[in-house]
Structures are given as structure tokens and as C-alpha cells.
Design a protein around this ligand. Structure first.
Ligand SMILES: [Zn+2]
Length: 675
């Protein structure tokens, strides 16, 4: 045996398989082999030649199998496996603000994310994913779990303008992100990443600070960009430009950006991203499930952008099967352009492998079977019914193997997985993770979350509290309401009354929607107040939610004393959001025109409202006289004053009504009921 023929020692040879390299030439070896030494691929080629040149400690026969690069999940939030199936078939805002954020606020901890990451890794390894790009809270704990599983990952510590489960403020989140990067930089499996959540949850200055940190440590930056058309509309309204232009203006594109979603970017924005070296994660299932839109992948690829494929969080997918995603990428591009030749199978598979690696800025390290790259390799069983028969023919149908895998193969076809030269799954048995233990612990966490949601679901106040901003208000008020046929003389008396001092007067249009619940004796009111000036123009609008609990009453000769406790929250979302979130059994709308005076009568402050119910239309008007009170004696005194005021206005006691407008509208009142 000559010197040249002495076999070179390697650790592992995968041989006799159909080798798909995904290299620059898309080289295929129908009877091929891959040699692995330590963490790297040493050789790829014809099986016969590899076996002749190399001698391995272990030879793995891959007959009837495909040997290919591991799949790359370019955007997800791995701990959200624990929230899988928690809330589905909802609009994005209801899903996010009504369910995900409240549950995250209550449950997310380092232990929670560690377990969620383990569940995700087990699932991903079993379906052939070898590298994942994650973004979440307590990312250090996630990186710990992922690295123990043996998977490769980009781990992004989330940064937001607002408090998050792991940071009380944005500057705190910047500090913890920096510490996270310092700890993990240089790890063989983990690439630490700066992850500002999105342009609508970060200020321009915060985006700049994130970019500066990514540049300082030479790490990628991961962010959600243009997930929905709404986001783009908001950006145009607030910043006068689309999202990509705005983040560029704030220096974000100076970093190596990975932009998730981009369902609503135009060609100019694509060119801007491409010139800046930014990349995209396309997340078809999540975009479809939340009806966010369809990214124009065909145009992105034509622009020269590197586009990877992401599942997004498992709560909006709901699984991490990357074979499904590759198939959907191809199908969705065809369906949305009505052109069956766009995004062919080979392109979809490249997006799931080498283009995914390039999108994560680690294309020189992984994504294809090329000597010198890390050994991130999967072996697929082709001897299954759904993979039978096979029409791979290099001469007639060179892309047959790609179409087979993209359109027919499944995650469950993955037999073996190697990452960084280490075997993580063999014959479908996980070697680094205990599946049944993970399942048991995940089910236990889900049971706790379920209890939390069930308790909340039957309690309007807890649901209101879950979306934030609620304040309790105890009020004691002496009040009177009476019907008047013609309010004009009363208004004249209010304005020209020498006994009163008018402190302030305002004109509102009030749009009230009352939510009623069968199971509870509470009403939730959504009120939009439009403040109107003298010319009838709207000066400003205010939106509030008020939950009125039980109220206690005490009667006086001319009025009633109400003591009630209510909960008030700013209504910063749409009425539609609250309707879908609270699911009232029925609702009633009242629109009224309110003239309101704050008056000083002797030393007491009173409010007088003259209200006309515009919808449902009612004749005449109502007068309300109200005053805050603090003691029974004060209430008695004010009740007497109200009597005097009533007499001045010429209102008889039998015009007094004791019901609220909602009761009047619902027909509970008969005018004239004596209070
Ligand atoms: Zn996401």
C-alpha cells in the first residue's frame, strides 16, 4: 500500500445514502457519503471514494436514506411551546394582549423558559432541525437548555421599551443583554444576539442603542419587522415613513439584522434591506394563522435577499415541523402569485438550509454539506409509503429528490441527527433529552396555566385586570336625575343665575357600549367621550372602560346617595378588541349629547348635566345634578341643596327618575318613578 492510500482516520462516516449537499453547485451523490471528524465535515462525495480514503471509528449505513444538511428554523420563541394551543383562532391583538402577555406576565420565569426550550429542542431534533434562531425573555436560561440539548442556536435577549418578565425597564434590559452577550460569545453552539422586539415596542433611540451593542460585540441583531399592514400604517402615520425606512433612520441597519416577517414591505424597502446586508425570516404558517399577510418571497429572492424560514412561536403555528414550513413556503408563493413555477422545491429547501444559515449570518459555518463546515447533518428514511416510489434521476429529473422531500417527506422521516459532529438522535431515539420527563413537566405547567385562565374566564374584573391599567375607584355621590321636556329654559337659568358660579362648562358627545354577562351581575361600559368646541369641532377624544360593581343606595327627599366601587381603565384598544376578548352575552349602545356645568352653590361644588339620548332616539332631555360627598351629614345637606336647585328650575318631584340611562334605554324605567 502506497503512502497516498493509507486511509485517513475520522470519527464517523455516513455512507450509502443519497447525499444532498446544498453547496453552491447543488451537488448530489446518489450513492454518497459524508466523513465527520470532531465537529467538522471532512469530506463529501461518492461513497466508494470516501470509504477508500477514510477510516472511521463508526460507519453508519444510510441505504434507502437521504443524507442532507440539518434544517434551520430562522425565527421562533422556543419557550412558547408551553403555550401551544392556549388560544387559537383569534385576532392578533386579542391573542397577544388578551392571552399571551397576561399569561407570560404570570408564568414566565427562568425555569419556565428552560423547560419550554427543552420541549422545543426535543421536537425540533425529532423533525430534523439542527439550528434555531430564538428570541425571548431569560435568554440565558434558554441558551443553557439549548446548548445542553446539543443543538446550535442564535439566542436573542429581548429588549423592549416597556417592562418585560425579565426586566423592569428598557435600560435594565440593555444591561442584561450585554451581560448575556459577554457570557456566551465564542460558545461553540450558541451565538448571542441582540433582540429588540419590534419597531412598535422600541423607541428610535432604543433601536440605535441595540444596533450599537450588536456592532460593538459583532453579533447579529434579531427583530420583528412589518408583521402586519396595520404596523406599516401606524408607522406611516407616526413617523411619516414605512417601517424599514424608519429603522434605517434610527441606525438599526448598521448592524447585521435578521428581520422576521416583512409581510408588508415594498420593493424599495427590500432594496434598502438588501444593500444593508440585512436578511429575512419568512414565517408562513404564523402569518397565515394570524392572518397577518403573505410576504412577497418571490420578489425578496429576486432582490437578492437571503430569506430563511421560521416557524415563529409554537403558540402561533402550532408546531415546529420544518418540513411543513418548507412545503408551505413553496405552495404559498405559488398560490399567492398564481404562478406554479415560482419558488420551486429546491429553492424552498435552500431556504430551509443554506439560505437559512446565510439569513442568520452563519452561512460560512453551517447550512450545507461542505468540507470545513460544522457537521450539522440529518438522515431521512425514504423507505416509507409516502416517500414511495422515487423518481430521482440526475439526467431526466435532477430536482426529483428536492420535490420528493419538500412535497412528500415529513419530520417523522428523520432517523438520525448530528450537530457539531455529535449525534443527538439515533434511530429516532433522542440521546440528549428525556422525552417522557419533558412531557410530564410540560403538562404540569399547562395545568397551572389552565387553572389561571379558567378562574379568570368567569370573572370580568380579573379579565379586565389581566390587560392592565385598572384602577379602583370608590365613590360616594348624591345624585338626582329628572326628565325635562324642554331643556332650554333650564340652560338659560344655569347660565344667568346669580346664585351660582359656573366654574366650567363642557360639551360632550358620549358613545357608550355596555357589555352584559349572563353569569354575572356586572356591566362593563366602554365609553368614548368626544369633547366638542363651540363650532361643533371635536377637540379631543377619551376612551375608558368602567366596570361597575354592586352599588348601595340610600334615599333622601330629593335625591339618592350612591356608594359604589368601580374599576376604571383607559381603553387603549378598539371596541372590537374588547368585544372579542370579554365575549359579552349581549351589548347595548347608547349615544348621548351632554352639556355639563361645574357650578359653585354656596361653598358646594355640583355638576349639572343636560343629556339628550340620541341613540336610541328619545324625546326630551334629562337633567342630572350630582355632587361628591364624604359623610352622611354632608349628604343630607347636599340633598337639601339639590331640592332648592330643583325648585329654582321648576322641576316637580314627580319628574325625578331613579334609573340609570342603560335601564331607561332598556325600558326598565317609567318616567315619573319617584326617587
Ligand atoms: Zn416572532
Amino acid at each position: 500500500m502506497s503512502q497516498a492510500e493509507i486511509p485517513i482516520r475520522v470519527d464517523t462516516i455516513l455512507t450509502n445514502g443519497f447525499v444532498i449537499t446544498m453547496d453552491d453547485n447543488f451537488a448530489l451523490y446518489p450513492r454518497g457519503a459524508v466523513a465527520i471528524k470532531a465537529d467538522k465535515i471532512v469530506a463529501v462525495g461518492e461513497a466508494e471514494k470516501i470509504e477508500r480514503t477514510y477510516q472511521a471509528t463508526e460507519v453508519v449505513d444510510c441505504n434507502n436514506h437521504v443524507v442532507m444538511p440539518g434544517l434551520i428554523n430562522a425565527h421562533t420563541h422556543v419557550p412558547m411551546t408551553l403555550l401551544r394551543g392556549l388560544a387559537d383562532d383569534l385576532r392578533l391583538d386579542v391573542w397577544l394582549y388578551g392571552y399571551m402577555l397576561p399569561v407570560e406576565r404570570n408564568f414566565v420565569s427562568p425555569e419556565f423558559v428552560a423547560l419550554g426550550a427543552q420541549l422545543a429542542c426535543a421536537e425540533m431534533i425529532r423533525s430534523g432541525v439542527t439550528c434555531v434562531n430564538d428570541m425571548y425573555y431569560y435568554e440565558d436560561s434558554i441558551a443553557e437548555s439549548i446548548s445542553k440539548s446539543g443543538m446550535r442556536a442564535l439566542c436573542g435577549q429581548t429588549i423592549m421599551q416597556y417592562p418585560t418578565p425579565d426586566a423592569g425597564s428598557w435600560d435594565e434590559s440593555l444591561v442584561s443583554c450585554e451581560q448575556f452577550i459577554q457570557k456566551w460569545k465564542g460558545h461553540p453552539l450558541i451565538v448571542p444576539v441582540v433582540a429588540p422586539h419590534a419597531p412598535y415596542t422600541c423607541s428610535g433611540n432604543l433601536l440605535l442603542r441595540c444596533a450599537e451593542m450588536a456592532i460593538k460585540y459583532d453579533v447579529p441583531l434579531h427583530i420583528h419587522i412589518s408583521e402586519t399592514f396595520q404596523e406599516v400604517e401606524d408607522s406611516r402615520r407616526e413617523h411619516g415613513m414605512p417601517v424599514v425606512n424608519w429603522v434605517k433612520k434610527n441606525g438599526l441597519l448598521e448592524a447585521r439584522v435578521i428581520a422576521a416577517h416583512c409581510t408588508a414591505i415594498d420593493q424599495g424597502e427590500m432594496r434598502t434591506l438588501q444593500r444593508a446586508g440585512a436578511t429575512i425570516s419568512h414565517n408562513p404558517t404564523a402569518n397565515l394563522k394570524l392572518a397577518s399577510g403573505v410576504a412577497n418571497v418571490t420578489q425578496m429572492l429576486a432582490t437578492g435577499l437571503h430569506v430563511g424560514i421560521g416557524t415563529d412561536g409554537p403558540a402561533s403555528n402550532n408546531d415546529l415541523d420544518h418540513f411543513e414550513e418548507m412545503r408551505l413556503v413553496a405552495l404559498l408563493a405559488k398560490g399567492s402569485t398564481r404562478d406554479p413555477v415560482v419558488v420551486p422545491a429546491r429553492t424552498a429547501m435552500a431556504m430551509g438550509t443554506i439560505e437559512g444559515a446565510r439569513a442568520l449570518h452563519i452561512g460560512d459555518m453551517t447550512g450545507s454539506l461542505v468540507p470545513g463546515k460544522r457537521a450539522d447533518i440529518i438522515v431521512l428514511n425514504m423507505a416509507t409509503l409516502h416517500n414511495t416510489p422515487q423518481y430521482y434521476s440526475l439526467s431526466r429529473n435532477p430536482n426529483g429528490v428536492y420535490t420528493q422531500i419538500v412535497y412528500a417527506s415529513k419530520g417523522s422521516d428523520v432517523r438520525d441527527v448530528w450537530v457539531n459532529g455529535k449525534c443527538l438522535m439515533r434511530n429516532r431515539t433522542l440521546l440528549t433529552l428525556d422525552e417522557s420527563d419533558i412531557r410530564a413537566r410540560a403538562n404540569a405547567v399547562a395545568a397551572q396555566i389552565n387553572t389561571f385562565l379558567i378562574e379568570r374566564e368567569g370573572d370580568v374584573l380579573r379579565k379586565l385586570a389581566a390587560i392592565g391599567g385598572v384602577q379602583q375607584e370608590e365613590s360616594f355621590e348624591v345624585q338626582l336625575k329628572a326628565r325635562v321636556d324642554d331643556p332650554a329654559p333650564i340652560i338659560a337659568k344655569i347660565i344667568n343665575n346669580s346664585d351660582f358660579t359656573v366654574v366650567r362648562s363642557v360639551h360632550y358627545k358620549q358613545y357608550d357600549t355596555y357589555f352584559h354577562f349572563d353569569s354575572e351581575n356586572t356591566r362593563l361600559r366602554y365609553r368614548e367621550d368626544e369633547h366638542i368646541d363651540e363650532s361643533g369641532q371635536i377637540i379631543n377624544s377619551r376612551y375608558r372602560l368602567t366596570l361597575v360593581g354592586a352599588q348601595k343606595e340610600r334615599e333622601y327627599p330629593h335625591s339618592i346617595l350612591l356608594s359604589r366601587s368601580r374599576f376604571i381603565a383607559p381603553a387603549d384598544r378598539s371596541l372590537r378588541f374588547y368585544r372579542e376578548y370579554f365575549k359579552p352575552s349581549h351589548e347595548v349602545q347608547i349615544e348621548k349629547d351632554r352639556l355639563r356645568w361645574e357650578i359653585l352653590y354656596d361653598d358646594d361644588t355640583f355638576f349639572i348635566n343636560i343629556d339628550r339620548i340620541v341613540k336610541p332616539e328619545q324625546s326630551g332631555a334629562y337633567i342630572e345634578i350630582k355632587s361628591r360627598t364624604w359623610s352622611i351629614r354632608d349628604a343630607e345637606h347636599k340633598s337639601q341643596v339639590i331640592g332648592e336647585v330643583l325648585a329654582q328650575f321648576g322641576i316637580l318631584d314627580d319628574a325625578v327618575i331613579r334609573h340609570e340611562y342603560i335601564d331607561i334605554v332598556m325600558g326598565k324605567d317609567q318616567a315619573g318613578t319617584t326617587a
